[in-house]
Design a binder for this molecule. Structure first.
Ligand code: ZN
Ligand code: ZN
Length: 445
């Protein structure tokens, strides 16, 4: 670069900088610098928390040890703490010295029924009870990192209490992956939905809620989108009843297995021929199918379960209606009967558009410019319920080590899911910066 151009650029830059009214930014610059310094100062502690939680993972609604760790930490920081919310959830309230708005930061604490391979010095050997059965347990979705990062953000923000204009609500949520005590269709509620039913927003109503999830991506890079971001996730159960008989004489039976095969194909045409895919992508998956005991016996029943995912409420309702009708009518045409049950589990997480736009420069600063637009995510998130109750923003952060290709990294829920811990300090900075800027912002989102 030649010197002349460089100086012209510099002068222009200075003029531009001076001529733009810098609402709320400069007043927060000092706090952002403090966040950066404090997050770095506790990085070793943050990683130690993450490893401790990783080594002792707990399934949804059984996060007793994790909740205790969180509770003791929040109490040691002088926060108001409430425990036992939605069974094992914890909420901490940090009141800043100055009056202002309220912002909520959310982390989920639960692990998954996945067996962790050997390798890490802090690998899990934990077992847990999942719907009454003993299973191996692993933090295969990174909720260990979410909990540790929010504990660190709480420490950083508690340290600047005197400068905080407003209140920060820290939500440590159980059972995001579902309850290990109650199955879908049991009529029970858990996780974010139950925390809301138990009144956490009635007691302290935040003006905005932020959540961060780790997933494969360049380490420390944040990606997110405005509007729909994660899918709605609904539970589908189909029981096909035929008439049992001899496998050699199907004409004397009503075959629920052949009928189920037609239903599975028919459900795919609900997505490909009926759903308006310009409004929303959609998925109907049959994940289990159980029927029969012997090769020469046509069974009486076949049971299938599956999941339905969409990003639009209208498309979701139509797919529910058409899936039900398709299964029932195909069964009827075979002389069988299909009992279809569809239970809504998680809504689409919709990022508030104003909040998404407002957050961009904050995220740029917190990540040193490593922010990009994220893809639609096929997974579901019960953060959706928080974001329905108050404007919400759910962002993702990459955790794939820099020498690896994120496209080839093991996805969330895989036993090979791996976290580059150097990203965690960036996640902590990001959450704390969102809170500080939201409370201190003159340009209110
Ligand atoms: Zn997950
Ligand atoms: Zn998750």
């Amino acid at each position: 670069m030649n010197f002349l151009r460089h100086s012209v650029g510099l002068v222009l830059g200075v003029v531009l900088f001076l001529s733009i009214p810098d609402e709320g930014k400069t007043e927060n610059a000092a706090l952002e610098a403090k966040i950066r310094e404090q997050a770095a100062a506790i990085e070793a502690k943050l990683i130690a928390w993450r490893r401790d939680i990783h080594q002792h993972p707990e399934l949804g609604d059984q996060e007793n040890r994790t909740a205790r760790l969180v509770t003791e930490h929040l109490r040691s920081l002088g926060l108001e703490v409430r425990t036992g919310i939605a069974r094992t959830g914890v909420v901490g309230i940090l009141k800043g010295a100055k009056p202002g708005r309220t912002v909520a930061l959310r982390a989920d604490m639960d692990a998954l029924p996945v067996k962790e391979p050997e390798g890490l010095s802090f690998a899990s050997h934990a077992k847990g009870q999942h719907w009454g059965k003993e299973v191996d347990v692993m933090h295969a979705c990174g909720h260990d990192t979410h909990t540790a990062m929010l504990m660190a953000a709480a420490e950083v923000l508690a340290g600047m209490k005197g400068d905080l204009p407003g209140t920060v609500q820290f939500i440590f949520q159980p059972a995001e992956e579902g309850s290990s005590l109650f199955a879908p269709g049991s009529g029970k509620t858990w996780g974010a939905k139950l925390m809301l039913q138990e009144g956490i927003f009635a007691q302290t109503k935040p003006d905005a809620v932020f959540g961060l999830h780790v997933m494969p991506g360049h380490s420390g890079e944040v990606f997110y989108r405005s509007g729909a971001t994660t899918a709605s996730g609904d539970f589908l159960d189909i029981m096909v009843t035929g008439k049992q008989g001899h496998g050699g004489m199907p004409w004397n039976t009503i075959d629920p297995i052949a009928t189920s095969a037609l239903i599975i194909s028919g459900l795919q045409t609900v997505v490909s021929r009926k759903a308006n895919l310009t409004l929303s992508p959609a998925v109907v998956t049959i994940g289990t199918i159980h029927g029969g005991e012997a090769g020469n016996v046509i069974p009486e029943t076949v049971q299938m379960t599956g999941t339905i995912r969409t990003y639009d409420q209208q498309v979701r309702e139509l797919i529910h209606r058409d899936s039900r009708m398709t299964a029932e009518k195909i069964a009827e045409s075979a002389g069988a009967k299909a009992d279809v049950s569809i239970v809504k589990i998680y809504d689409t997480t919709v990022n508030n558009e104003r909040l998404a736009e407002w957050a961009r420069p904050v995220l740029q600063r917190a990540t040193d410019g490593r922010v990009s637009r994220g893809p639609l995510v096929g997974a579901s998130e019960d953060f959706s319920f928080f974001a329905e109750a108050t404007p919400g923003l759910f962002i993702f952060m990459g955790i794939t080590p820099r020498d690896q290709d994120p496209a080839k990294a093991a996805p969330n829920h895989s036993p090979g899911f791996f976290v580059d811990e150097s990203a965690l300090v960036i996640g902590t900075r990001t959450m704390a910066s969102l809170a500080v800027n939201f409370l201190g912002s003159e340009s209110k989102p």
